[in-house]
Structure formats: C-alpha cells, structure tokens
Write a protein of this length. Sequence first.
Length: 257
Amino acid sequence: MSWILAVETSTEWCSVALGRAAAHGAAECFSRHEHTGARSSSRVLPAAGEVLAEAGIRLADCAAIAFGAGPGSFTGLRTACGVVQGLAFGADLPVIPVNVLMACAESVRNVTHDGAALPAGTAVLVAIDARMDQAYAATFRWDDGAGEWAMDGAMQVGAPESIAAPEGDFWLAGNALTVFGDRLAAAARAARTVPEAMPDARALVSIAQRALARGETIAAADAMPIYVRDKVAQTIAEREAVAAAKAAALAGQGAGR
C-alpha cells in the first residue's frame, strides 16, 4: 500500500508523519509531534528524515507528500508549503494540500474521547486560535456515501463571539474554547468539547490517503497555502488595545470575587 509523508506546521507544533494503510487493514504510522514554537523550520526536515528511517524507506518510495495548507500561522503555512515543494520537486512526487481544520475533525472522528465516539450524523465545529483576538472556524459533517468530510458553508475568521454554531447536534473541537472561554458563545450548545483536537500530521495522512485514492493530487509547483484573511499582524496600537481589554476583564473578574 502507498506511503504518504505529511508535514503540518500551521501552529506552534511541528508535526510530521509517515503512514500507509496496510493490506491487512491495520494502519502503519511513524510520527513526530513536537512543540517547537518558531523553530519549526529548523526541525521539520530532520523529523521527516527520522520517520523515513524508522520505516526503512526512501522519500522516493512515497506515493505523495501532504501538507497542512491552512488556515493558520502565515509563517507556519509558508514553512510547510516550501518544505513540501522542495521535497516533492527533488523526489518527483505529487502533493496533497489538506485543510487543517478538517484535520482537526478527522482527529475527533478517529479517537474515542472520554469513552465516547463521535455519533453518526453529528457535526464537528472546529474553532482554533487565530491570534489577533480571533478564531478560525468551520463546520464539518462526515458523508458516509462519499466516505469523506463535507464542509458546511465557508471557513470563518473573526472574534470568538462571531463564530456561529451549526444546526443540530455538534461537537466542538480545537483550542478556541481554552483560549477564549465564555467568549466562544457557540460552546454553550456543543454536546461535547474536544479542545485537544488540534492540527496533527497523522490526521493529514488519513485524509491524504483518501484523496490519493480519488486521484486528487497536484503538482508541487501548484502548492499554495490557504489564507482566510489578508491581514497577518496587528499594529502596535491594536495589540495594546487587546492587552488592555484582557487586563480590564481580569480586573473585573477579581472585583467580582
């Protein structure tokens, strides 16, 4: 069965995985998932070399290379895209871009959380910290007929209060609840919250395997990050305003005790 190398650096984690679905049905996966902060660019290639060595294969033995295309950190997305383009050009391999919010939903589907599995038909609202006092969000539903996730509407980026909850039952995934607390109003309607479900290269491998089976690959030259906002940094005044608002909120909480 086909090996896929996946690279994901859209957050403060450097995540690299090499996996395939074995003929007998059990998946094989080798991975590195490390909190590197701004050092992902120096760690990602060594991590890729390590998982290839563990599997005992060469990069050229892979069928494709997947990467977390976004949304996420501007620098992190450029890192993953650039590294994958370089590797793919060198090994003459196709590329598979993967939406990192979908990868969070994939993590929820594949893992039992607090003894419960995602019920059939239940949507997953993914909301992750986008910095600048905003969150990235999208709602996904698993389509049994297509054997793939379908996204309800478009991806969102905005203040946590603006993130809309989907209709019907849903689980909430991603770290936005941890970061923003009650400001993420959609959390009040969630049947279950899974804040630890964050972008992970292992989930990228699963999604990319299905994309590869459908023939959904692109040339390395066509690989591009997914941006859902044009502005990538706050001004000094905006950062000071956010800090002041947070300080005032904390002061208000202290006064209410």
